[in-house]
Ligand binder design. Structure first.
Ligand SMILES: Nc1nc2c(c(=O)[nH]1)N[C@H]1C(S)=C(S)[C@@H](COP(=O)(O)O)O[C@H]1N2
Ligand SMILES: [Mo]
Length: 308
């Protein structure tokens, strides 16, 4: 498979110039917004002109690839970085089935040859109340769904992670009901913010971050962003996602970031930014993780405390 190794410009951008370019853009976008909306802008996440990229400082590559949740490799935050190198990611294929026009097994190389690889600097908020800013590379999920052709009766998308206990040591224990499953409503899946990541910082996606292909839904708690995806099913019924099945009182289907709806065991009103240092103060969590302007309409009229 060659396409995974031939990403466009981002592949050859060294980390330093990548960050310089980012902070330059942050400065420009920040200046405009501050002038327009005054002091309040200081507390709210800010985005570039497309509305996709946050202008906050990204976390380092080491932070993003060294502090992970990927229970297939263990429950410790440093287990994935230690053990995920055992995973074979080439060859890789994604089975797309259910209510689609062209069901079948799609090789990753063939998929990537048809996708526009883009960069997205997204805020990322785990349900455990820590957060990062991550510069992903990848493509919009809707491009992949359009490749398979969504039938009009489809209402939800179900995703499944690889099940390969020989390489994924966590799957040899019944910590979760394997394989890991997630789901989105079709309109959430088709939203331009909903991303399939194939890399970060212009480098290949580290295995611990869900190589070679993982979902990223920036306005939802991190567990919705399912890693190492091998199966995508279009269906009429709402999928049963792993964390909801494990504990439906604590984890729901929607899982939109919401400072007003507490987790039964902790508040969701604030978060700890990874890398900010032990003495840094917590930062306020923002509804839909700061993406309310882009996604608020998807949930008009819904009771978000019931649909948590
Ligand atoms: N297959 C799978 N996907 C997963 C997880 C997992 O354990 N298994 N953990 C989720 C959780 S809880 C979070 S916070 C994010 C973490 O992504 P990151 O390690 O790239 O920051 O992955 C999500 N996707
Ligand atoms: Mo998480």
């Amino acid at each position: 498979m060659t396409t995974r190794h031939s990403l466009p410009h981002s592949q050859i951008t060294p980390e330093r110039s990548y960050l310089n370019r980012r902070s330059l853009m942050a400065g420009m976008a920040g200046a405009g917004l501050m002038a327009a909306s005054g002091a309040r802008a200081q507390q709210m996440p800010q985005f570039d002109i497309k509305g996709f990229d946050t202008t906050e400082e990204p976390n380092s590559f080491e932070e993003i690839s060294g502090y992970n949740n990927f229970y297939e490799f263990g429950t410790g935050k440093d287990d994935p970085a230690r053990y995920a190198s055992a995973l074979t990611t080439d060859p890789w294929a994604v089975e797309i089935d259910g209510l689609v026009e062209r069901p079948g097994s799609y090789g990753l190389g063939d998929i990537l040859a048809k996708m526009d690889i883009d960069e997205r600097v997204y805020r990322f908020r785990c349900v455990e109340a820590w957060s990062m800013v991550i510069p992903w590379n990848g493509f919009e999920l809707r491009q992949l769904l359009e490749l398979a052709g969504v039938q009009p009766s489809a209402k939800y998308v179900r995703f499944e992670t690889l099940f390969r206990p020989e390489e994924m040591r966590g799957q040899r224990s019944p910590i979760l009901d394997w394989p890991y499953v997630e789901g989105l409503r079709l309109d959430e899946a088709m939203h331009p913010l909903t991303f399939m990541a194939t890399g970060l910082y212009g480098k290949e996606l580290p295995n611990q971050n869900g190589a070679p292909l993982r979902l990223v839904v920036p306005w939802k708690y991190g567990f919705k962003s399912i890693k190492s995806v091998v199966k995508i099913t279009l269906q009429e019924k709402q999928p049963v996602n792993t964390w909801k099945a494990t504990n439906h009182r604590e984890y729901g289907f929607y899982s939109n970031v919401n400072p007003e709806v507490s987790h039964p065991r902790w508040s969701q009103a604030s978060e700890r930014r990874i890398g900010a240092g032990v003495f840094a103060s917590r930062i306020a969590t923002v509804k839909f993780n700061g993406y309310e302007e882009q996604v608020g309409d998807l949930y008009r009229g819904m009771d978000l405390s019931k649909n948590y």
